[in-house]
Design a binder for this molecule. Structure first.
Ligand SMILES: Nc1ncnc2c1ncn2[C@@H]1O[C@H](COP(=O)(O)OP(=O)(O)OP(=O)(O)O)[C@@H](O)[C@H]1O
Length: 979
């Protein structure tokens, strides 16, 4: 569906692959297909989805279509009986509200964590009646859409068919089902269970099959089609059910290993051993992914349970003013905005569906932590702000300059019932964490499945990479001996013309190894500031020059954009694929949506002109039915032409691209997969990615380079069990210890930090092997001609201790738990000290853009933002959590450690990797604000304090005020001054 592709598919590729049916259409079709239509039966030769359980039923005579086979899930079958009764009473479109299904005690006790999924469809026994009904409803509307599209002779049906039958059939099907399911309110309290079920392919397909059979039969009974088995929809379903992908998916627990081949220069026996290791790895990782997802779902369920829902017996509504100005529990958390109205909707950049909301009564938006790019759930609410259960997912696009409005990019579209419901109603927007992301989970599992099935197949382009990462050291020798691989730098590339900067020996070695086309895997282990980004840019340019097509990925959108930003000057043809809301505006011009829109501008204009003419003609010949029908056909054809043109342009843009960039999970986008294989896959920040996610891009390229640092931030894992099981260990970390370090090269010279800063990192994290380049080893803030030379600007390391030498804590410098219940901490006194230190630096002439403020705690980051917001001159100071600042740098970095308690609890400050990232962002100066008596309880942090005492300065902060010399024109704050 190209229209969807342009206007949403790669934006919200999980949900926009198929347009949800219009409310009218669902009602119409469901009414036609409802059981009130006399005798319902199913065809005798239904898709052979689960052959071992198919029961042949004798055909019914004459006009009656034969009965369908009953699929395996007995629970499902039972549920259908109930659904029919419900439909019989009310009709699908007749007012039944599925979200109102009340679960029995037994059903309510079903936990996602205990739900065992395999290749069998889940039924009532496993999911409970309400969840099954919810699935039935969603799959019915999807089936109606396909069947109706066929009736209309709409090409969309064929497009849908292509998706279903494609290589990514299983994933494609699950993705296509999502908008139909999310349009149905989930049964209250069972949302996590619904989310789990809605990614279980065998369950979804089972329901879809049944519903499509029903709908086609009802058409047949109504005489709309002569034989349901002759329809294209029926054929598609049959093909899909007989496809190897389908068969593999419904047997997921015991996939049959495929015959292995030796194309890699080792014996078949050795290849079988590798296959065994892959299977063990895939089994283990799939289990860990499921455990992690269950924990995510449980978290999400808790979040939802804590959110007040719309009840009929609610208290009398309070005035809107009260809600907006005072807020309620959620508003105090600042991640919810209530009492909004839809003002307008439009199509934005890259075809996004943008909806503008404004606060009722022209009030200002309450203070909020929401920011552009945040994932949100949008739903109607009552006047007390209590939200309904059905919810539309989207992203914050921007905030209005009037302070009263917010624009959200929604994944739902016009004609979608849930979307239509937002109009004229009070709406609330809640931030939802990027948790329980069904698409990511599915794509990770899919990658594992592909690795297991195709990894060692001779037609797999990445066979060399797979063999390297699952073979043993002897295999590596054998592969090299048989000229399958080359691990040396022997294939020395021509390094002229000179690189963009003078590379050191370790960088040059990495460059030469990275350009060796016969080396399947290279790990570039680069401590902070050693030039990984610069080096990767050079590698990409040179790889393209030697004729390679490159796929560049990273775990986060920010890291991908970082790479995109470094490439335009190189003159390469690059395309960034991903959700436009998540793409930085600075690189938007390189996004697929923008490029395609640019190419189609003229075509669209021309088409619009033709449409206007045709509509004019239509108005004039409205009396003449046959002429009007002809014009309508022409209008339809224009729509199809646009779809085809869009599809073709996307294909062209991607296949012409020399470099394609996306996140690791984004690389599973069928648009990328279908654009052909890559010669080289580069994964940046690979230390932050879980291994299954890395396999998504890796399996698409002949060789791969992983760059990162396993001493910086690791992947975020919620489940302790999954973490202990190894899900948090990146491929970068695993591979760097393989084959006696054969795959790895290290960068050893850093070009960022003053030596006093780098020395600490080198000693603590890199066995003393990190050298400082002479160009930066002694640089200080005071070196800049615009910066005043003071004791602060001449000091590379400064410790501001909130604990006085007498042992007493400075007033207000105790930690507090965030009352919003986020589990985060804040420290008011430290926030004041940080504010003052920022002012001090700015007063000395340091540019606000050269200052970064970091804290490990989000509640402290929010507090710091509020404090610094009071100073307009400081708006350019970057304030963020440590995690979101990884990969970036600033001249001066101020870190607020927050923790101050008598127990000496330091929480995740004790994570050496996080502190390593925080300290090593600084080029010339670090200020650490903390209560040393708490912090020193961690031996790792105690060593950091010792290092600062030795190579920097320590000051105890005492109450006081700023010296009144800020020079920025703001009033003097009453803050503790540095003694
Ligand atoms: N050979 C070199 N000569 C001079 N400067 C260099 C060289 N290599 C890198 N740099 C500079 O060093 C700084 C850090 O480089 P870069 O950001 O690429 O490091 P990194 O390894 O990606 O760091 P991190 O892991 O902390 O994100 C940049 O300002 C870059 O321009």
């Amino acid at each position: 569906m190209p229209l969807d592709i342009l206007s949403g598919k790669f934006l919200f590729s999980s949900c926009a692959a198929a347009k949800p049916p219009s409310k009218k259409m669902i009602t119409l079709l469901a009414a036609g297909a409802s059981p009130s239509t006399p005798p319902r039966s199913r065809p005798s030769n239904p898709p052979s989805l689960r052959p071992r359980r198919v029961r042949e039923v004798p055909s019914s005579p004459t006009n009656q279509a034969p009965r369908p086979a009953v699929s395996s899930a007995s629970g499902t079958a039972k549920t259908r009986g109930r659904r029919r009764r419900v439909e019989g009473e009310q009709g699908v479109g007749g007012g039944q509200r599925w979200g109102e299904c009340v679960p029995s005690t037994e059903e309510a006790s079903i936990r996602v964590g205990t739900l065992y999924q395999n290749g069998d469809p889940l039924g009532r026994k496993e999911l409970g009646r309400c969840v099954v009904e919810w699935l039935v409803q969603g799959m019915r509307s999807m089936a109606c859409k396909l069947a109706a599209a066929e009736l209309e002779g709409d090409l969309a049906a064929a497009a849908l068919a292509l998706e279903l039958g494609s290589e990514e059939g299983r994933l494609g099907f699950v993705i296509q089902a999502q908008p139909y399911l999310s349009a149905m309110p989930m049964p209250q309290g069972l949302e996590a269970l619904c989310l789990k079920a809605c990614t279980h392919y065998p369950t979804l397909f089972d329901h879809f099959q049944r519903e499509l059979c029903d709908v086609l039969l009802s058409y047949q009974n109504q005489g709309l089609i002569s034989d349901c088995r002759a329809t294209q929809s029926w054929r598609i379903l049959n093909e899909m059910a007989n496809s190897s992908q389908h068969r593999a998916a419904v047997r997921m627990t015991s996939p049959r290993p495929r015959v292995v081949h030796s194309r890699i220069g080792v014996s078949l026996k050795k290849v079988s051993l590798m296959q065994g290791r892959i299977e063990e790895f895939v089994r283990h990782m799939s289990d860990l992914l499921r455990i992690e997802r269950d924990v995510e779902l449980e978290f999400m369920q808790e979040e939802l349970n804590a959110t007040p829902m719309l009840h009929d017996d609610s208290d009398p509504p309070k005035p809107v003013e009260y809600l907006v100005s005072h807020g309620q529990a959620q508003q105090e958390q600042c991640d919810t905005i209530c009492n909004l109205n839809v003002i307008s909707s439009s199509t934005g950049l890259g075809g996004l569906h943008l909806v503008l909301f404004r606060v009722e009564g022209g009030h200002k938006l309450p203070p909020t932590t929401l920011s552009p790019g945040d994932m949100v759930c949008v739903r109607t609410c009552n006047s007390r702000g209590e939200g309904a259960t059905s919810c539309k997912q989207g992203f914050v696009y921007n905030f209005g300059e009037d302070g009263c409005s917010i624009t959200v990019a929604l994944e739902s579209r016009h004609g979608d019932a849930t979307f239509s419901r937002l109009f004229g109603r009070s709406v609330r927007i809640d931030r939802i964490q990027g948790l329980a992301d069904a698409l990511t989970y599915e794509r990770n599992l899919e990658a594992l499945m592909l690795l297991q099935r195709n990894g060692l197949q001779k037609d797999n382009v990445s066979i060399g990479v797979v063999a390297t990462l699952f073979g043993d050291s002897k295999d590596m020798v054998k592969m090299a001996k048989n000229n399958q691989t080359d691990w040396d730098e022997s294939n020395e590339p021509d390094l002229s013309p000179p690189a963009r900067c003078a590379f050191d020996a370790s960088q040059l070695r990495a460059l030469k190894l990275g350009l060796n086309k016969t080396r399947p895997v290279l790990i570039i282990q680069g401590p902070p500031g050693t030039g990984k980004t610069v080096l990767l840019t050079e590698l990409i340019v040179r790889a393209v020059k030697q004729g390679e097509r490159v796929l560049v990925t990273a775990p986060s959108n920010a890291a991908v954009d970082n790479m995109v930003e470094s490439l335009p000057r190189t003159g390469l043809n690059i395309v960034r694929v991903g959700n436009p809301v998540r793409i930085s505006p600075f690189v938007a011009s390189k996004s697929l949506g923008e490029i395609v829109n640019g190419k189609l501008r003229q075509f669209r204009k021309e088409l619009e002109r033709k449409r206007t003419d045709l509509r004019k003609d239509l108005r004039q010949c409205i009396e003449d039915d046959s002429l009007a029908a002809g014009i309508r056909q022409l209008l339809k054809q224009l729509g199809r032409d646009l779809e085809n043109k869009e599809k073709e342009t996307i294909r062209e843009v991607l296949s012409d691209a020399q470099v394609v960039l996306s996140t690791n999970t984004g690389a599973a986008d069928p648009l990328i997969r279908r654009s052909g294989c890559f010669d080289l896959v580069i994964i940046d920040e690979a230390g932050q990615a879980i291994e299954p996610a890395c396999w998504i891009p890796i399996l698409q390229g002949k060789r791969c380079i992983l760059a990162g640092d396993h001493c910086q931030l690791a992947p975020v894992i919620l489940s302790r069990k999954a973490l202990d099981g190894g899900l948090g260990k990146s491929l970068l970390e695993r591979a760097s210890s393989l084959h006696d370090g054969l795959l790895t090269t290290r960068l050893t010279v850093q070009y960022r930090m003053h030596d006093s800063i780098a020395m600490w990192a080198s000693k603590e994290m890199y066995h003393g092997l990190l050298e400082s380049s002479r160009s930066v080893a002694s640089h200080l803030l005071a070196d800049s001609p615009v910066v005043k030379a003071t004791w602060i600007t001449r000091c590379p390391l400064l410790l501001l201790d909130t604990r006085m030498p007498s042992g007493g804590l400075n007033i207000g410098c105790k930690e507090h738990l965030d009352p919003a219940g986020t589990g985060s901490f804040y420290n008011e006194g430290e926030a004041d000290i940080v504010t003052q230190q920022v002012l001090n630096l700015v007063h000395c002439g340091v540019s606000p853009t050269a200052i970064a403020v970091q804290s490990p705690y989000i509640a402290q980051v929010q507090l710091l933002r509020e404090k610094l917001e009071g100073y307009p001159g400081l708006s350019a100071v970057e304030i963020s959590t440590i995690d979101s600042f990884q990969g970036r740098e600033a001249d001066a970095v101020i870190i607020s450690m927050v923790r101050s308690n008598p127990l000496g609890a330091v929480g995740f400050l004790g994570d050496s990797r996080r502190i390593n990232v925080a300290i090593t962002r600084a080029r010339k100066h670090v200020t650490l604000v903390c209560d040393t008596s708490t912090i020193c309880h961690s031996t790792f942090l105690a060593r950091l304090l010792r290092h600062i005492r030795r190579y920097g300065q320590v000051k105890h902060v005492a109450p006081g005020s700023l010296d009144g010399v800020s020079g920025l024109g703001f009033s003097q704050p009453t803050l503790p001054s540095i003694g």
